[in-house]
Design a protein. Structure first.
Length: 266
């Protein structure tokens, strides 16, 4: 059962990113005319249950992540529908802007730091690419894939789900790996967080657990309020019947997988 139904529209974005829209259009609202109230209520119930506002994730970003998650489910693209990962590049690099969500129990499992590409920006990621050697991050919906051990140690491949936006991540070797230059100490000191060649790198002390939690076919959403992306993404702008199962959310939280310094316990 859906816990509550909210018919509000949400149009807010990070104030620091507001000037990124060149045509003056507002960010799309949470509730559009083609999204039924039951869908919005389902998203709201999850968002409120996990207190994602307190963790810095805006409601409309979570809505888009859920839409892509459900769309990929409808296309039979997800082997691991139990978890959804959101990498929110609308936030500062010193913010904990990676969220791993247990979609079965309605739990925020991990909230930690993540890098962006060195040519995507400094404090904020503002420029994105699907091209090889651009050293920029790619936006959009990915599916987690196989793991391997490379130069950065234990790492994980992605498969891009959006043609022209992120479908070259394999060829570009954009992977999830650990980094010693992405950590809480740098954030606390105000030091520029380490940047990658386009990979979403996470703290080295946490990367193995994170990879094991999401590998093998789960949804991974990289977001920014980038006009080109939000208007061209066929997934974000898809018109389809949401296969929402209206998950029964238990009154008490389920068991999170593992624990680390950034694991959120509800």
């Amino acid at each position: 059962m859906v816990c509550s139904i909210c018919l509000c529209a949400f149009t807010s974005i990070n104030p620091a990113m507001a000037g990124k829209f060149t045509d003056g259009k507002k960010f799309p609202s949470l509730l559009s005319s083609d999204e039924p109230a039951t869908v919005t209520g389902w998203v709201d119930s999850l968002y409120n249950k996990m207190h994602l506002d307190s963790a810095g994730l805006q409601r409309n970003v979570f809505f888009y992540a859920c839409k892509g998650y459900e769309y990929l489910l409808s296309q039979n693209k997800l082997q691991r529908p139990d978890v959804l990962t959101i990498c929110d590049y609308s936030q500062l690099s010193s913010s904990k802007r990676l969220y791993i969500i247990d979609m079965v129990n309605g739990q925020l499992l991990v909230n930690t730091y993540v890098s962006h590409g060195k040519n995507s920006g400094k404090e904020y990621a503002t420029s994105f690419s699907n091209r090889n050697n651009s050293h920029k991050s790619s936006l959009g919906f990915l599916v987690t894939a196989d793991t391997y051990k490379g130069k950065a140690g234990y790492s994980m491949h992605f498969d891009g789900m959006e043609k022209g936006i992120n479908d070259h991540v394999r060829a570009r070797n954009i992977v999830l790996h650990g980094s010693y230059y992405v950590n809480e100490e740098r954030a606390d000191l105000g030091t520029l967080m380490g940047r990658s060649y386009g990979c979403p790198a996470v703290p080295y002390a946490e990367h193995e657990q994170i990879i094991d939690q999401i590998k093998g076919g789960s949804c991974f959403f990289i977001f920014s309020p980038d006009y080109n992306y939000t208007t061209s993404s066929k997934i974000l702008n898809a018109h389809f019947d949401w296969p929402v199962t209206l998950l029964t959310l238990p009154s008490s939280a389920g068991n999170a997988q593992g624990a680390n310094s950034s694991t959120v316990k509800q």
